[in-house]
Design a protein around this ligand. Structure first.
Ligand SMILES: [Ca+2]
Length: 511
């Protein structure tokens, strides 16, 4: 036998065997994923983003210590007052906001592929052998994508007891993990660990409400009691927004139980106390699940992601809801720990929630579906890159059209308001390095400062009409228009070219 001729064949065989062995070994170590999504939480509630916050979250603090915190994580926006709904569609599908199946005009213009749910988070992970489970609230979500999970334990739980509140969601995950132990299930898991809180109604447990000096206030005719233990007003608190936000009678601004249209100090501090009580309860539930994973020996091989579907105002800028594009509401908390992520690190990121699908696929070593438009930020998590993009775009057009738009690049951010049928045309320009809380002239009012304790410096104002920044404003205006065109935004603002568009729901204009 002539071995010299056989050698390449044997080498090839050996290499194939080796590759197979490596694949099997990699397969055996496929990471688990625990995706935690809370409902309505400003990053500035958390100590990780606001060291002055009095909210205590020991479990999240430990997650921060063993993983990476992203300072630039955003949701792309909403065309509906129910901001949750597009946000959750983006998370599940990796589609940009105007390319969602539910986006106004998207179906007619075929901007969204058919049967998208078959390429959403759980469906993608089911196909590669992951076990998928979810618990979350029910409404304002993406039902077709939620159904793809093999185990679904959804219910809306916003009460102040274990059976009616966040502990219920925690218990569903614990029960699922126990079942895995019983079944000796060795397949990797993807668990979507969603909560119904701190979304209103913010009925906390009696112990936590007492801790944060709050009550479940239900009487619209009275104010909640003043309590020194209640969280301080947010630094950018205002008693009213300086101009109409453009969504008349918006539920979140006028009808949330405990707040209604009130923006006085007692009401806002009480509501923040309720929010904190609900957020600490969530933290407790995370602790229970992390402990269980540790006991099972699974924690070190699990990517834990902590985020929210969008931020929240609660008194910031005189607003109460989630229908604005200030940083407290446009941004979300985003903390990740898991294999290969250096402990206690931070990065800018500049990520959108819609990048989640691509990133989780990348972390699991699988290809994202063709319908995905998000960008994996695994390089950021692994410390080889600080950001995945330079420019970020946001929209809120759930009220009068076209609504609000914003764009951010570097430290600069532009927000525009074109609402109430042309009655409101406003532009704001901020340098977020100089003015991170987006202070306006109204924040300089001594009466406001006496409540908020803020001491804004002279330059911490809206710079849009400052001639010294005219060039920067023009640059940001051009950038916003470019993003609106790139992302198929179906609207244009009053001072932008019409681009021949017929906005959704309007009769086609004659040529
Ligand atoms: Ca929400």
């Amino acid at each position: 036998m002539d071995f010299s001729e056989d050698a390449p064949v044997r080498t090839a065989l050996l290499l194939a065997l080796l590759a197979n062995a490596v694949a099997v070994a990699a397969d055996a170590k496929r990471p688990n994923i625990l995706f935690v999504l809370v409902d309505d939480q400003s990053p500035f509630d958390l100590k990780a983003y606001n060291p002055k916050s009095t909210l205590q979250t020991p479990t999240i603090d430990r997650l921060v210590a063993r993983g990476m915190t992203l300072d630039g994580a955003y949701h792309m926006g909403s065309f509906s007052g129910a901001v949750c709904t597009p946000s959750r569609h983006m998370i599940m599908s990796g589609r940009t906001v105007w390319h969602l199946p539910i986006a106004p005009g998207a179906a007619q213009k075929k901007l969204s592929p058919p049967d998208l749910e078959k390429n959403t988070l759980a469906a993608v992970f089911n196909r590669v052998g992951y076990k998928t489970m979810r618990t979350c609230k029910v409404s304002n979500s993406y039902p077709a994508a939620n159904k793809q999970f093999t185990v679904v334990k959804d219910a809306t739980k916003r009460g102040g007891t274990d059976a009616t509140g966040s502990a219920w969601h925690g218990q569903q995950v614990l029960d699922y993990l126990t079942q895995r132990e019983t079944n000796k299930d060795a397949d990797p898991f993807l668990i979507y660990f969603g909560f119904s809180h701190p979304h209103d109604t913010r009925d906390g447990t009696p112990e936590l409400l007492a801790k944060y000096g709050a009550v479940n206030h239900t009487d619209k005719t009275t104010l909640p009691p003043a309590n020194a233990k209640a969280p301080a007003l947010p630094v950018n608190y205002l008693p009213a927004h300086p101009f109409p936000h453009g969504h008349p009678n918006l539920r979140d601004e006028v009808a949330v139980s405990g707040v209604w249209e009130k923006r006085d100090e007692r009401t806002i501090r009480n509501e923040l106390g309720r929010e904190f009580a609900c957020s600490e309860n969530i933290d407790t539930q995370l602790g229970r699940v992390f402990d269980k994973l540790k006991t099972m020996g699974e924690l070190d091989n699990t990517y834990v992601i902590y985020t929210a579907d969008h931020g929240m105002a609660i008194g910031r800028h005189g607003l109460q809801g989630k229908q604005n594009l200030y940083e407290h509401t446009w941004r979300v908390p985003f903390i990740v720990a898991g294999p290969g992520i250096k402990a206690g690190t931070r990065a800018k990121g500049n990520v959108y929630l819609l990048d989640t699908l691509a990133t989780l696929c990348d972390l699991a070593g699988i290809n994202p579906p063709d319908s995905n438009e998000g960008t994996s930020f695994k390089p950021v998590l692994m410390g080889t890159s600080d950001t995945v993009r330079d420019v970020l775009y946001g929209t809120y057009s759930g009220g009068t059209k076209p609504g609000m738009r914003c764009v951010k690049k570097g430290d600069w951010k532009l927000i525009k308001y074109d609402v109430l049928n042309g009655k409101i045309h406003e532009t704001q320009l901020f340098n977020l390095a100089d003015n991170p809380h987006e202070f306006l002239a109204e924040h300089h009012d001594p009466k406001v400062m006496a409540h908020s304790g803020a001491k804004p410096t002279k330059g911490q104002v809206n710079l849009a009409t400052d001639p010294a920044h005219a060039k920067k404003r023009a640059e940001m205006e051009a950038l916003l228009l470019a993003e609106m065109r790139r992302l198929d935004d179906p609207y244009r603002l009053w001072d932008q070219p019409a681009d021949g568009l017929t906005p959704p729901g309007e009769p086609k204009k004659k040529k």
